[in-house]
Design a protein around this ligand. Sequence first.
Ligand code: AMP
Length: 208
Amino acid sequence: MNIVLLGAPGAGKGTQAARLVSEYGLAHISTGDMLRVAVKDGTELGLKAKSYMDAGELVPDAVLIGMIKERLRRPDTEKGFILDGFPRTSNQAVALANELDELKRNLDAAVAVVVDFDVIVKRLASRRICRACGYVGTDADQSCPKCGGEMYQRDDDKAETVRNRLEVYEKSTAPLTDYYRGCGLLREVNGDQPVDQVFLELKALLAK
Ligand code: AMP
């Protein structure tokens, strides 16, 4: 199964992707995670990406498309993959379609996790992530409930950057739902529900 997960930052794509990965054994491809690793490691890609990410802007398409092409050629994607955070522009969506054609693979679904912006702003302001295991919690978690690690706030989850990320989402990424609707691949799930419920509905959508 090959899936694209769509949705605004903070809609819960990463959380649902992690569950789908353990349910179906798919490769989880999060471009945000890949870029954060590159920034942390200080690679050339990371140096290029950092200023865009800090400002809540999109990293240029050419960088992302190159990164995804390379990632989709790795053997772990053969059993299926979930794209989380890619594509985010029409250019990226077209590049993905071309690349999958070349690899003789298809997308099975583009699932949009739909959440109102005011809910998202609150979620992102309180989102905290475990430095050790990546668990996503809230500012109520003093330490990671899973492994006891230190919880931190992503720089781009600070209020000013969040506003810009949502504007960028609205302008560049939201139109992709129309693109995938046109391809007959769009499925929508209400992301403003408990995580378990979202996951149940997601699985039901994918079984259709
Ligand atoms: P995320 O963790 O998916 O919210 O991504 C964090 C940041 O990484 C975004 O705000 C962008 O700066 C950058 N990024 C991640 N994926 C993409 C993409 N597909 N296109 C452009 N920039 C991206």
